[in-house]
Design a protein around this ligand. Structure first.
Ligand code: FAD
Ligand code: EPU
Length: 340
């Protein structure tokens, strides 16, 4: 166990905001996760889990221990005529898994190309993009219980997945370290082209017969055209979730704003938060060190020199304005640490 003290986290998160971890450790195996958790229990100090740092906003220094997942490995553990079961270490970079799956003829992850971060964090918020969510390809995961060090398996039902949701963000928040995720991936392409922009992008590229790789390439091009590259400008993707409104609330919004982009959702109607923020005039909003992306209003950016609290303030200003104009409450998608 190699503990570092007073480790800067700025280079370990995509927002690049200043924050120092009192103690920091990277774990490359389940055994080392259990050993570190035993140390943390004995110390009685706070614990924070970090993957690729692409969905966290750090608002200050972190007392206690930051545990970063570095567990490697992409392993085929079974197959039948139609699908393959693949067990993946939590530290595997998500996009590397997507590329490796395409290389090996395992399909179903192509719409999720270029999402930053680690595989272990994927189930936390059931990552999704371009008409596919992780849960559709998910079979099970293994996690270490923080309080006991015991390893537990969770099947699909146990994870209680929803839109940008899982049990690990709700009832079991802060209780488990995910170490491995097992997927069931189709061996025959199961293309999802329903998200309008994919069809347009394939047509623009002259692709007549799409396959998983051309879909992946189309998704990558669309993403690059609107989302800022965290290597160049600090951000954590969508800062807010797209709100899901009741039918009544949606009807009222649509009556006043007939053009509001919307999508059916299991418990109501999902509306595009980016559109609301854009219509409210925030797109490209500039506060010098930070602001709102000029091509996607759902993305807050850190240009350098801001503190986490500045981003929190900007987010609160946007939430208040959107609520005042549209009566819609925006909920943060990004995880704020320490919580405010
Ligand atoms: P981190 O940011 O390190 O952690 C996120 C949360 O999960 C934290 O609360 C952390 O404590 C917890 N956590 C992380 N790993 C583990 C683990 N192994 N066990 C237990 N808890 C853990 N998301 C989408 O869904 N769709 C998108 O299209 C999308 N696009 C993005 C585009 C950009 C440019 C950026 C910067 C982000 C985007 N995101 C998107 C958000 C982000 O990529 C995902 O949420 C991703 O899954 C975060 O992974 P991470 O490893 O960076 O997690
Ligand atoms: N829109 C605007 N102005 C903007 C931004 C968006 O009018 O500034 C409109 C668009 O024209 C479109 C609608 O809003 O009609 C939706 O926009 P987009 O297709 O860009 O997707 P999004 O709803 O803003 C969601 C996810 C993304 C994911 C994309 C593609 C959430 C919170 N965000 O964004 O995920 O990549 O769809 O599936 O669900 C993330 O979670 O970090 C993330 C980037």
């Amino acid at each position: 166990m190699q503990l570092e003290s007073h480790r800067s986290l700025a280079d370990l998160t995509t927002f690049g905001l200043p924050s120092i971890a009192e103690h920091f450790v990277s774990c490359g195996s389940v055994e080392s996760v259990r050993e570190v958790l035993e140390w943390q229990r004995n110390e009685g100090c706070p614990l924070h889990i970090l993957g690729g740092g692409s969905n966290v906003l750090l608002t200050g220094d972190l007392p206690g221990l930051v545990l970063r997942l570095g567990i490697d490995g992409i392993e085929e553990i079974g197959r039948d005529a139609d699908s393959v079961r693949v067990r993946v270490g939590a530290g595997v970079v998500w996009h590397d898994l997507v590329m490796e799956s395409l290389n090996r003829g395992w399909f179903g992850l192509e719409n999720l190309s270029l999402i930053p971060g680690s595989t272990g964090a994927g189930p936390m918020q059931n990552i999704g993009a371009y008409g596919v969510e992780l849960e559709e390809r998910f079979e099970s995961l293994e996690a270490v219980e923080i309080a006991t060090g015991e390893v537990r398996a969770f099947d699909h039902a146990a994870c209680a997945f929803g839109y940008r949701e899982s049990i690990f963000k709700r009832a079991l928040k802060g209780q488990f370290v995910i170490t491995h995720v097992t997927f069931r991936l189709p061996l025959v392409p199961d293309l999802r082209l329903g998200y309008g922009a994919i069809q347009q992008e394939l047509e623009a590229a002259g692709v007549q017969e799409p396959d998983p790789r051309s879909v992946s390439e189309a998704v990558i091009r669309i993403r690059r055209s609107k989302l800022p590259d965290p290597a160049i400008i600090g951000n954590a993707g969508s800062f807010f979730k797209n709100p899901v409104l009741t039918e009544e609330a949606f009807d009222a919004l649509k009556a006043a704003h007939p053009e509001v982009p919307n999508y059916p959702a299991p418990s109501g109607v999902k509306v595009a938060a980016g559109w609301l923020i854009d219509q409210a005039g925030w797109k490209g909003h500039d506060r010098g060190t930070h602001g709102v992306h000029d091509r996607q209003a759902l993305v807050l950016v850190h240009r350098g020199g801001a503190a986490g609290a500045d981003l929190v303030k900007l987010a609160e200003d946007i939430q208040a304005d959107v609520h005042a104009r549209f009566g819609v409450v925006l909920e943060r998608e990004v995880n704020v640490l320490p919580a405010v």
